[in-house]
Write a protein that binds this ligand. Structure first.
Ligand SMILES: [Zn+2]
Length: 413
């Protein structure tokens, strides 16, 4: 049946398909399939993309693409695509205007699929789109590749570097986040957490852009520091307050563990099942622990003293400027040194060694709360997926969700 109105309708939906045009729409009611056939215009000429010379058709191959469903009908595009040959540049595959590369989906389908994948996990998206998990994953990978190829990084001044563990082993990914147009975006993912993992980002960015970087925030591990000093001559190092809190929390926990081992029966009873309580910030302590903790926190327990020093440090970020912060640090440091709590003293000494990089936070007024937001969302992604067995998969997912990439396949045309 040749229904020109229906053909014209589908031609309009598909947009520019030249040199093909919709020649037939076949409805298979039994299998709920709507087949749209495209045929090459008889006067089509295939020009070589390199020399623009006319190419000869070697053979035709029939290909099919899944398009957006029409009501409950699965819509399939079918067209014969020639394999062409230039006498100088050899055989070439012709690119159809409605799909990308060897994809078995139209660009419109992929655009919709990207939106669904952004909204839910891959398995659920595959189910909703009635495609296999591998197909959904392929759409995601193509989307990320497309987005990365288009991305231009202009005016980057502040960068945050962090590490993320993959799975349960000692496998890490270095996550580089930058503030672009006021929004935190994951810019780069390096393998591992050593100097080379970060070097890759600076090399990709290029020396001119590196020279414009004003500050880089990171933890106190030496590899990121070395890499940044080598590549970014004008950047200040900022030691991330979040990581400093983590170090102090660890120290408080160490004091508690030692106190449990060395303490009297009374001390042991007082500390029983309190591990998590000391790690919460005071205002975040759940209500059910409030009464017990109220008595504990002001006690003479070593753990309580360590906790009070940690909580005092949390007020550091309220300092108004670098001078204020400097004064605060020395007061806090003196208190820690008098405390006889070795684990906390060790952390304080490390802070002192890195003091310049701690105070730069106030110089730049640059708060990495934004980047921290991205980091905690990445952590959530890892938890939701029950860990990633495959580093490559984690990298694709992070860029897909937090890269701020323009992944729209239709806009590519
Ligand atoms: Zn040619």
């Amino acid at each position: 049946m040749k229904d020109t109105a229906l053909n014209a309708h589908y031609q309009q939906i598909l947009g520019e398909t030249s040199p093909w045009e919709v020649s037939e729409v076949r409805l298979d009611v039994e299998h709920l399939v709507n087949e749209v056939r495209l045929t090459v215009q008889p006067d089509a000429i295939w020009a070589c993309p390199q020399c623009h010379g006319r190419m000869h058709i070697k053979e035709w191959r029939t290909r099919r693409w899944r398009h957006m469903d029409t009501c409950q009908f699965r819509t399939i595009l079918e067209a014969a695509v020639p394999l062409v040959e230039c006498s100088e540049h050899g055989a070439q595959t012709v690119q159809v205007p409605w799909a990308e590369g060897s994809s078995r989906f139209t660009l419109f389908f992929e655009r919709f699929a990207v939106q669904v994948l952004e909204a839910c996990p891959t398995a659920r998206a595959a189910e909703l789109l009635k495609i296999t998990w591998d197909e959904a994953d392929g759409i995601k990978q193509r989307a990320v590749r497309r987005g990365l190829a288009r991305r231009q990084i202009v005016g980057l001044k502040y960068v945050c570097v962090d590490e993320k563990a993959v799975g349960r082993g000692q496998d890490y990914v270095t996550v580089v986040t930058g503030i672009l147009d006021g929004e935190p975006r994951v810019l780069y993912l390096g393998d591992g957490r050593d100097e080379a993992a970060l070097n890759g980002f600076w090399e990709w960015l290029g020396p001119e852009a590196c020279a414009r970087i004003k500050a880089v925030s990171m933890d106190m591990s030496p590899s990121y520091q070395k890499s940044t000093r080598r590549h970014c001559p004008n950047a200040d190092l900022i030691f991330d307050p979040f990581h400093m809190m983590k170090m102090l929390n660890k120290a408080v926990d160490e004091v508690r563990r030692q106190e449990v081992v060395m303490g009297t029966v009374t001390v042991q009873a007082a500390l029983k099942q309190t591990r998590q309580m000391w790690l919460w910030g005071e205002e975040n302590l759940p209500e059910r622990h409030a009464a017990r903790f109220e008595a504990l926190k002001d006690s003479t327990l070593k753990t309580a003293r360590a906790w009070r020093l940690k909580e005092l440090w949390r007020t550091f970020k309220r300092c108004v400027d670098s001078d204020d912060a400097h004064a605060f640090f020395h007061k806090w440091y003196a208190l820690v040194m008098q405390s006889k709590l070795e684990a906390v003293k060790k952390v304080a000494r490390s802070f002192k060694d890195h003091l310049a990089g701690i105070l730069t936070l106030f110089k730049h007024g640059f708060c990495n709360a934004l980047a921290e937001g991205v980091n905690s969302r990445i952590q959530l992604l890892i938890q939701k997926s029950c860990g990633y067995r495959n580093r490559q998969r984690l990298k694709i997912d992070i860029l897909f969700h937090f890269g701020g990439l323009n992944m729209d396949p239709v806009a590519a045309q």
